[in-house]
Ligand binder design. Structure first.
Ligand SMILES: C[S@@+](CC[C@H](N)C(=O)[O-])C[C@H]1O[C@@H](n2cnc3c(N)ncnc32)[C@H](O)[C@@H]1O
Length: 273
């Protein structure tokens, strides 16, 4: 693809020939910040597992319910790790609708996600955007964006939505979560949504979809429920614990699905005691 096809919103250093996690996800969500190379791989996965669109929408719906839950617990500052390309119902929109003084730091490694986040947040002084690899918690936590906006003497809501399935066991996801946990004051909350399934849930159509995604975009690790629960070490899980996404504190009958297992994902929220 030559530079003539580079949209004006794409930072100059982005490789238009390599799909990215953030842009493929944006395409499934119906967003416009993706390239032909992202759509090609996203469409191949979609052909195998059309449910993927409902899955990504479920992660977003879980995020909104979790943020509203945290607001109800008094949380007014959020650290959104792997925040993605902004779409409908971003964390600062939900939080600042409840309290205009709520503060949010968005962190993502993806240049398009960061550029678009910065573009829509110009003028909002209670929100900042950091381009960083969330696996390096120390770097993220000591960044000026985090240090200047978040008050570590008050509880913080850390969000890891559809993120940790991109961190294989060899990179120690539990250790990464622990690095953030140890920096948080008591009363802080951790929210995770994660790809995963239990025995018997796996549709064989996922075998091909997973290979296409792993080869084209990034290695994805589906985890079992007990493995997702283990990520909450040092946090007390709030009811109903780690649950299939549509079953985590549904707010209306529309949130629930009679076959929640087909969304092959879990979500949970825990409080640091
Ligand atoms: C599937 S998207 C989810 C985006 C957002 N959390 C949401 O729910 O809409 C995963 C995001 O995590 C980001 N990501 C993956 N690995 C990362 C890493 N090591 N450091 C920072 N961001 C990462 C990707 O760039 C992408 O934007």
């Amino acid at each position: 693809m030559d530079s003539g096809e580079r949209p004006n919103w794409a930072p100059v250093d982005v490789d238009l020939a390599r799909p990215s996690i953030a842009r493929v996800y944006d395409y499934w969500l119906g967003g416009a910040h993706n390239f032909a190379i992202d759509r090609a791989v996203a469409d191949k996965v979609l052909a195998d597992v059309p449910v993927i669109k409902s899955i990504v929408l479920n992660h977003r719906a879980f995020l909104r319910r979790a943020v509203r839950f945290l607001l109800a617990q008094g949380i007014r500052q959020f650290l959104d790790l792997g925040s993605g390309i902004p779409t409908v119902g971003n964390v600062h929109e939900i939080a600042q609708a409840t309290d205009p003084g709520a503060r949010v730091v968005y962190v993502d490694v993806d240049a398009v996600a960061v550029a678009h986040s910065r573009a829509i947040l110009t003028g909002n002084e209670l929100v900042s955007v950091l381009q960083a690899d969330v696996r390096d918690a120390k770097q993220v936590l000591k960044s000026p964006e985090v240090q200047e906006l978040l008050d570590f003497s008050q509880p913080i809501g850390v969000l890891m939505i559809a993120l940790l399935h991109f961190v294989p066991d060899s990179e120690d996801p539990r250790g990464i979560v622990a690095d953030y946990r140890d920096a948080l004051p008591d009363g802080s909350y951790l929210t995770i949504s994660h790809a995963g399934y239990e025995e018997g849930d796996w549709d064989p159509a996922w075998d091909d979809a997973k290979q296409v995604y792993n080869r084209g975009v990034s290695e994805m690790c589906f985890r079992r429920k007990h493995e997702v629960q283990a990520l909450f070490e040092g946090f007390d899980l709030v009811e109903p614990g780690v649950a299939r996404l549509p079953l985590w504190r549904p707010e209306s009958p529309d949130d629930v699905d009679e076959d929640a297992a087909r969304f092959i994902s879990f979500g949970g929220v825990g409080r640091k005691a």
